[in-house]
Ligand binder design. Structure first.
Ligand SMILES: *Cc1c(COP(=O)(O)O)cnc(C)c1O
Length: 346
């Protein structure tokens, strides 16, 4: 790996970050707060929130098995996806490599930041090799994006492939594990300590059922987390989101039960799809959704919309011609979907 300073944009490396009122007093006990030009009325919403979300991170430390100092919290994974571009990638000079097809935000953030995005097509089994990914890199490649389980394909990228990329790449590898709670494989974050060039992403939006509060996380070395904290908006996670996250993290047992239910439903719905005459293939999955190849994805998608049922039409995505991506819902919702598809007249 190159040094972090070699990888980081020089303006970010030398940046003096904004120092908020709440940053500067921290560590002391106090009861009169006249430092932040807040309104003394309308408690508790009158106060700025903890800029580093220490309480939430302390809870996550226990649940995720990652020290709080190795955690960054973002306004959704969206923020944790955007920040590496702003930290590491010089617009119009640097580039990033990613598997294709994959989650669309990696490319959107590349485009917004004016950074070249180099997609590397997966094979027919939705796998890749470290040779292919590293072969797409040059001296200006700063980031490699690997989503596993991958969206929209649902499969895990082979762990040996990912580890080989991390071992051999000079830059930063970002592995998005948004769906790891639904997967049978041990999450990669458990091995973070071994890899200084690894960033693992997680989110509260999927297994935790909290997409509304917008909270994503990045796990990485303290040095990389320090760069994230330098560049993020000072109060990027609002007080209400922090409180709701704490409440959920205090009772993580509901999540295990949801995952069990969803995995059982996933098996049932996939079996039913395989029996549909209009379904030609159901791909294996390790996530809370699956990819299904249909006789005519666009027409079936439109038909479902007319019945008030929305799935994701992925037919224009590479390797996903005539594919629908189906999220596993509650039993009743899944049954409505299946009933509509059984009624569908070719
Ligand atoms: C859904 C999803 C996320 C979650 O994004 P948030 O901004 O945290 O809601 C992240 N990565 C992938 C691949 C996803 O599919």
């Amino acid at each position: 790996m190159k040094s972090l300073q070699q990888l980081c944009r020089p303006n970010i490396w030398s940046l003096s970050p904004y120092s908020s009122a709440r940053n500067e007093y921290s560590g002391h006990t106090a009861h009169v707060f006249l430092d932040a030009n807040e309104n003394p009325y309308n408690a508790p919403l009158n106060r700025y929130p903890d800029p580093l979300q220490q309480e939430v991170k302390n809870k996550l430390e226990k649940i995720k098995g990652i020290p709080a100092s190795n955690i960054f919290l973002g306004n959704g994974s969206d923020e944790a996806i955007d920040l590496p571009y702003r930290i590491f990638c010089e617009p119009k000079i640097d580039n990033v490599v990613a598997i294709e097809p994959t989650y669309g935000m990696y490319k959107v953030c590349a485009d917004i930041n004016n950074v070249e995005y180099r997609p590397v097509l997966l094979d027919d089994n939705f796998q890749t090799t470290s040779e292919k990914l590293l072969g797409a890199c040059d001296e200006h490649t700063k980031l490699i994006w690997i989503c596993s389980p991958n969206n929209p394909t649902g499969n895990l990228i082979h762990r040996e492939t990912i580890l080989s990329v991390i071992d051999r790449f000079e830059g930063i590898v970002i592995v998005d594990e948004a769906y790891s709670d639904f997967s049978s494989e041990q999450p990669l974050r458990a091995r973070l300590g071994k890899y200084p060039n690894l960033i693992v992403l997680n989110t509260m939006s999927k297994a935790w059922g909290m997409a509304a509060i917008r909270m994503g996380m990045a796990f990485a070395s303290e040095e990389i987390i320090g760069l994230f904290n330098k560049v993020k908006y000072p109060y990027n996670i609002n007080q209400l989101a922090q409180e709701q996250a704490l409440e959920a993290l205090n009772d993580p047992f509901g999540v295990d039960e949801w995952v069990r239910l969803l995995l059982r439903e996933r098996g049932r719905v996939m079996t039913a799809f395989r029996e549909l005459p209009i379904c030609t293939k159901v791909y294996p999955t390790e996530a809370n959704f699956f990819l299904a190849c249909m006789t005519d994805a666009q027409t079936i998608y439109d038909y479902l919309v007319s019945k008030g049922i929305i799935v994701r039409n992925r037919t224009h995505v590479a390797l996903c011609g005539n594919c629908l991506r189906v999220t596993v819902g509650k039993k009743g919702e899944n049954n409505e979907l299946l009933a509509a598809l059984r009624q569908y007249q070719v």
